[in-house]
Ligand binder design. Sequence first.
Ligand code: MN
Length: 513
Amino acid sequence: MRRVEIFDTTLRDGEQSAGVNLHLHEKLEIALQLERYGVDVIEAGFPASSTGDYRAVEQIAKSVKNCTVAGLARSVQGDIDAAAEALKGAVQPRIHVFIATSPIHMEYKLRMTPDQVLDSAEAAVRHAARYVSDIEWSAEDATRSDWDFLARIIERVIAAGAKVINLPDTVGYTTPAEYAQMFRYLRERVPSLSRVKLSAHCHDDLGMAVANTLAAIEAGVDQVEGTINGIGERAGNAALEEVGVTLAIRKDVYQVQTRLDLSQTMRTSRLVSKLTGMVVPPNKAVVGVNAFAHESGIHQDGVLKNTLTYEIIRPEMIGLTSNSLVLGKHSGRHAFKEKCAELGLQLTDEEFNRLFQSFKDLTDKKKDITDDDILALAMEAFSNTSGKRYELAFLHVSFGTDAVTTATIGIRTPDGDIVQDSATGKGSVEAIYNTIDRIVKDPVTLVDYRIQSTTSGQDALAEVYVKVEYHGRTGNGRGIDNDVLSASAKAFLDAINRIGLKEQVELVSASQP
Ligand code: MN
């Protein structure tokens, strides 16, 4: 059976989602999970865009062994040099160069003539070929490009050494039939395409990213690109977990196989959702919490008699097992260490000790500790370890239905001092945020606030996600605690810290050659 390769861009296109900014440690954790999930290629970032991206690509390249690791580069030498340098430690490095090919992008964005774009694309691939043999070339906005121009430029970049030709639907504009036709046409027009891999990359602006991806597979592409949970620019990318499960459930139609271990689907989805703060909608295909919930009486009756009446995906197939209650007050270091290994947490001794301590603290407050609780503790412990940051030292809130709500907060500043202040608000959370606002001095605006529980039960951990504006930037933050108010304060500080970290990295101007 023909094999289709899965190219994951959660850490590049997905990280471009509005408000998402991941720490190095979080990116590495996602990359290692993607490796377990069995993707073929991990696009780890865009090394020339920031030092943060550069370091992430460098670290992932060194740590991931069973996947190709790709770094993105514009068609300029500096970008390609940075990508090559960052990918040095990779077992299988790939440089991914792109240039826009649609009339509107060439004229208004690049301010280049089609001939200049042809020369520039060819020169970029030649330059990348000095470093690696695995070169992917993308025609940005391919679906709004002239097909004959695409044929000409593809011939040139293949001759220059490109091994994968990716034709993205950058703006989510195409339809399944049209996208399939484009691939068939180009295969016929460009004979040398038979020597390289063809790739599809879809966006969901019209809700067709997965459908378009599947149409491309029917048209014979060798690789498909997407992200976990479909996160990404604007409406997002094709959701890889949907593509993976569809190819398995409808093998009769698509007749292709992938290297994916589908039993890692839920775990991958949950990890990406938690670390990015991009909550999966309840009705989302495959990974939404309602995807296996049957509400109507007729459906329930059918499922009880035979699950196949209304369930086409077996929950075990995607690794959906009930949350195993395993650890508690009497669990020792050994059991906890085994659990961490089972959850895929790679910890140094020092990190393990820190995590074990927070686990022990939690068992004083909560009876049953689930896998999700441990993952939440791990994220809490390691999300915030780099750079200058504000930390919650203590929090006191006075609330009454007939009193003015007042918060008194102590915060450890990046210089190590503890600064204390208090403020009032219409409610407890507002009082907390008004106080933090006073302490950090520069104004912070709350854009979005969400709260959910990690697990079920009255003693479940609270997870708060916030989006804030600070120093002219938007950023998200996450806080986890037994108490919703502490979690709220931590999330707010986390968002401020992440924006602060982002400010430390220098952004390369987005101007094209
Ligand atoms: Mn994209």
